[in-house]
Design a binder for this molecule. Structure first.
Ligand SMILES: Nc1ncnc2c1ncn2[C@@H]1O[C@H](COP(=O)(O)OP(=O)(O)OP(=O)(O)O)[C@@H](O)[C@H]1O
Ligand SMILES: [Mg+2]
Length: 269
């Protein structure tokens, strides 16, 4: 295998959120379908939550890409924490009304109630754990008007169970949890990702044993898997350029996976 095959395999595992790199994963597809359906229901707000690196932002970008040809949809990947900026951005994006001064919640509610859009615009808010509970409450009130529909994603950390918070317990929420991959799902993830980038040789070097080791190290977390495999292929690139006789290009080496795990801090030396 040529060194450039290793380096292009390496690039597949750059940690980036881009809907065009989305790979279909069985369990995630089911969730995706149910999300697409619930977006069509009138009242519910959708809350997508899960630990860091479980693919929430990726899922949201994909939803945005898929829906944008058929309906009005807006994606805010970074929260707009200033309230006036938040409402000004919404009024510009949803109603094409530009404000130069301040715009508060009450004023925005007036605009919203006067609006008469045939389609209910869909607003996708990523990283919603960063919004204050006051702003979250206002977002909820906006959803209550039934004139905007929100899908929001939240980090669920070990420390703080955000969905236990009062404002997410009301019945208007439909909650969907994303989780880490099982070993089988992780193998699909790795191989599909490589094949999508035409790295077929890269995809073929993973067997069940090596995927099990990767799963043990990353617990099936997509971001940690990216980090690990990026480094694995970086090490392979180095060997193939400097010491090619040291590597077997037919099967991935557990030793190199472990080296990469130590290097990235995923396991202790
Ligand atoms: N379905 C998928 N297809 C392709 N890549 C994916 C998929 N799901 C996750 N990934 C990869 O995993 C990485 C982490 O996913 P993502 O950034 O969406 O996690 P997150 O849940 O939003 O994390 P955080 O809570 O830290 O924001 C992404 O950069 C992407 O490369
Ligand atoms: Mg994210």
């Amino acid at each position: 295998m040529e060194s450039n095959i290793f380096s292009s395999s390496k690039d597949v595992f750059l940690d980036a959120v881009n809907a065009k790199d989305y790979v279909q994963l069985d369990r995630v597809s089911t969730i995706y379908q149910s999300l697409k359906n619930s977006v069509k229901k009138p009242l519910k707000m959708v809350l997508l939550y899960g630990k860091p690196g479980t693919g929430k932002s990726m899922f949201l970008s994909k939803l945005y890409q898929d829906l944008s040809s058929s309906q009005q949809v807006h994606l805010y990947q970074t929260p707009i924490l200033d309230e006036s900026e938040f409402f000004k951005t919404l009024s510009k994006d949803l109603f094409d009304i530009k404000y130069t001064g301040e715009l508060n919640f009450t004023q925005f509610l007036v605009i919203l109630n006067e609006s008469n859009l045939y389609d209910i615009p869909l607003v996708l808010l990523d990283e919603a754990q960063l919004y204050s509970s006051e702003q979250m409450e206002k977002i909820r009130l906006l959803a209550d008007t039934r004139k905007i529909k929100f899908v929001i994603t939240l980090h669920k950390t070990e420390r703080e169970d955000l969905i236990a918070k009062e404002h997410f317990q009301t019945r208007i929420w439909e909650t969907i949890e994303l989780e880490n991959a099982s070993a089988i799902e992780l193998k699909m993830y790795i191989q599909k990702k490589l094949m999508k980038a035409n790295c077929f040789d890269g995809a073929n070097i993973f067997n069940n044993k090596s995927v099990q080791l990767i799963h043990k190290i990353t617990k099936g977390n997509y971001r940690d898997t990216n980090k690990l495999l990026y480094t694995v292929f970086d090490i392979y690139t180095w060997y193939s350029e400097n010491n090619p006789s040291k590597i077997n290009t037919r099967q991935i080496s557990n030793k190199i996976i472990e080296m990469a795990a130590i290097h990235t801090g995923l396991i202790d030396a």
